[in-house]
Design a protein around this ligand. Structure first.
Ligand SMILES: Cc1cc2nc3c(=O)[nH]c(=O)nc-3n(C[C@H](O)[C@H](O)[C@H](O)COP(=O)(O)O)c2cc1C
Length: 202
């Protein structure tokens, strides 16, 4: 099972990256799991301009392909303004609707405070549900006070990382990329939608 951890923070010393990595490590104690970390800050990703996803090249193409090739995900992001980051939203704007469809995902939200844990349910889970992804109930919510020198040291949050990793594997075993049931309406695009000839970006 190719398990892709996505870090939606562009901050070089990202706490979210540490938590996502920990969940990946925990899941990878199962020999069926091939973990990989997708750190959005390491890629030069274009803003979604509405073109057909096949039209992207370079780093943008590479991250879309990684999403499509994965069997399951750890989707991690810092809380920004009570929601997820713009970088993560842009990634999911780029991804073809069908690429993550039916696949299992676990959620990681980091934050500076205890104020915004419900963003997991009101912001992140609906984003993933748009793609008809199968999300593990519950999530890891790690606050800055749970870290020491950039390392997640709080025993309870480390335990929740272990449980999330184990649950991703368990749900994947039970359901795989399961039948998602009735599909939502398909959004069609006209050739040339969103392509600006003057754009130098990929
Ligand atoms: C632009 C910005 C907005 C933020 N908004 C919130 C917020 O609404 N609620 C919160 O608890 N923390 C907020 N934070 C704090 C981050 O979520 C927190 O520091 C997180 O651990 C950063 O993760 P990272 O190190 O992976 O980038 C914000 C930080 C930034 C830079």
């Amino acid at each position: 099972m190719r398990l892709l951890g996505i870090n939606g923070s562009l901050t070089p010393s990202s706490r979210t990256r540490e938590v996502v990595r920990l969940v990946l490590d925990q899941a990878a104690t199962d020999p069926a799991v091939e973990p990989e970390l997708l750190d959005l800050g390491a890629y030069d990703i274009a803003f979604c301009d509405g073109r057909d996803p096949d039209g992207y090249t370079g780093d943008t193409r590479a991250v879309i392909d990684k999403i499509a090739a994965a069997d399951a995900y750890v989707v991690g992001t810092p809380s920004y303004r009570g929601s997820y980051t713009g970088a993560l939203k842009n990634l999911f704007d780029l991804v073809p609707n069908e690429a993550p469809r039916g696949k299992v995902a676990g959620i990681v939200l980091t934050a500076g405070s205890d104020h915004h844990f419900l963003a997991i349910e009101h912001q992140l889970r609906p984003l993933l549900s748009f793609f008809q992804m199968q999300t593990v109930p519950g999530a890891v919510y790690a606050q800055n006070i749970h870290f020491t020198d950039g390392e997640l040291t709080d025993p309870a949050i480390r335990e929740s990382c272990r449980r999330l990793g184990a649950e991703i594997v368990r749900l994947w075993r039970a359901a795989g990329a399961g039948d998602t049931g009735p599909a939502y309406p398909v959004i069609t695009r006209k050739p040339g939608d969103g392509v600006r000839p003057t754009s130098a970006r990929n």
